[in-house]
Design a protein around this ligand. Structure first.
Ligand code: ZN
Length: 151
């Protein structure tokens, strides 16, 4: 794969998702609402999730921040809406491992599991931006663990 092409794909997908984020908004009847911020960049993600039958029935995010934080939230919500908690937890794990340079922990291929979000692997080259990319995923991880704690 040509690195220049990968960078173009990375840039274009980030721009598309940041300018036109999917699942952007509020869920008044959410089961869990988690707000996380990344003070080093000023990103805020407020994630609202409705759970039903061990699935993510509906998910939406609001807040503000840099293009990477917004694009990552858009990609994440696209990926997990309708999925089981087991599947979503696996994807969170693979995503966080992808950005922590910890490939030994998982045999799973981010390209197969993560959809558009797999392009965020490129953020590993910009260590100051990793927290921007992981913020929404950590919010989902927290929403799922709160939900499971209350079952
Ligand atoms: Zn940021």
């Amino acid at each position: 794969m040509n690195l220049g092409g990968l960078n173009d794909l990375y840039r274009q997908l980030i721009i598309d998702h940041a300018q036109h984020p999917h699942h952007h908004g509020e869920l008044p009847a959410a089961s869990q609402t988690i707000t996380l911020n990344n003070p080093t960049c000023g990103d805020v993600i407020k994630l609202a999730v409705t759970f039903a039958d061990d699935r993510i029935e509906q998910i939406a995010f609001s807040g503000e921040g840099c293009s990477i934080s917004q694009a990552s939230a858009s990609m994440m919500t696209d990926l997990v809406q309708g999925q089981t908690l087991t599947q979503a937890k696996k994807e969170i794990q693979v995503f966080l491992e992808m950005l922590m340079e910890n490939p030994a922990a998982s045999q799973d291929d981010p390209d197969e599991l993560l959809g558009d979000a797999a392009v965020l692997a490129a953020v590993i080259k910009f260590p100051a931006r990793i927290k921007c990319a992981t913020l929404a995923w950590k919010a989902l991880e927290q929403a799922i663990s709160e939900e499971e704690a209350h079952e």
